[in-house]
Design a protein around this ligand. Structure first.
Ligand code: SAM
Length: 199
């Protein structure tokens, strides 16, 4: 892959469209999965902040008709993101009814979270909201992941990433940051990875 090729948004958006994904963000999950082996056949996967659904489609393809994906978002998935192996819950991750619905479909082997707050342009506000979503995703992981389970969550850089990793190390045998090449170079997002949930 040519250097900086991820910086040509039209190319990557067109590639995603051609390959049947509703968003280019799929290439970030693909890189994460290639490096850490997050997703496996015949497992249950929880996808938080899933719309329009490119991570959901990637997860369903990894399952090859086995297992199950539970996807949650405030907004609907793209209309062609459908599968007998998919349950979509439209709602707010902070809503207890949404959390209980997700809980009833678990426990899960993997939790993938690409949720991002609506941005204001104020870096402090945006980063603080992103950190809140990460803490919520860690709570979901604690409650709903099986032991041995894996976790990936998006975070806006600039907050207290070390504190988030410290929280994750209480739950996972390994926790670290990873910035996929597919994040646009100017983007201040990165990902935190938790591997092998403790008993
Ligand atoms: C970058 S998009 C996710 C893209 C998705 N992974 C894909 O590949 O298609 C971030 C999503 O997080 C969702 N989100 C943000 N806060 C949320 C909340 N409190 N509850 C549910 N979804 C939320 C937004 O609605 C948005 O669709």
């Amino acid at each position: 892959m040519a250097a900086n090729s991820y910086e040509k948004p039209d190319y990557w958006s067109k590639k995603a469209f051609t390959e049947g994904y509703p968003a280019r963000s799929v290439y970030k999950l693909k890189e994460i999965d290639e490096k850490f082996g997050m997703l496996k056949k015949n497992t249950r996967i929880l996808d938080l902040g899933a719309a329009p659904g490119s991570w959901t489609v990637f997860a369903l393809r990894m399952l090859e008709g086995t297992g199950h994906v539970t996807a949650i978002d405030l907004s609907p998935l793209a209309k062609d993101v459908k599968s007998d192996n998919l349950t979509f819950i439209q709602g707010d991750l902070y809503d207890e009814r949404v959390r209980n619905h997700a809980l009833s479909l678990g426990p899960y082997n993997s939790l993938i979270c690409d949720a991002a707050p609506a941005t204001t342009g104020n870096r402090l506000i945006d980063t603080t909201r992103s950190t809140g979503l990460v803490e919520l995703a860690v709570f979901y992981a604690q409650e709903m992941l099986k032991s041995g389970g894996n976790f990936v969550v998006k975070v806006f850089q600039g907050g207290d990433q070390q504190n988030l990793l410290t929280q994750m190390r209480k739950i996972f045998k390994t926790a670290r940051g990873f910035k996929p090449e597919a994040c646009r170079s100017e983007s201040f997002e990165t990902y935190l990875i938790g591997l092998d949930k403790k008993e």
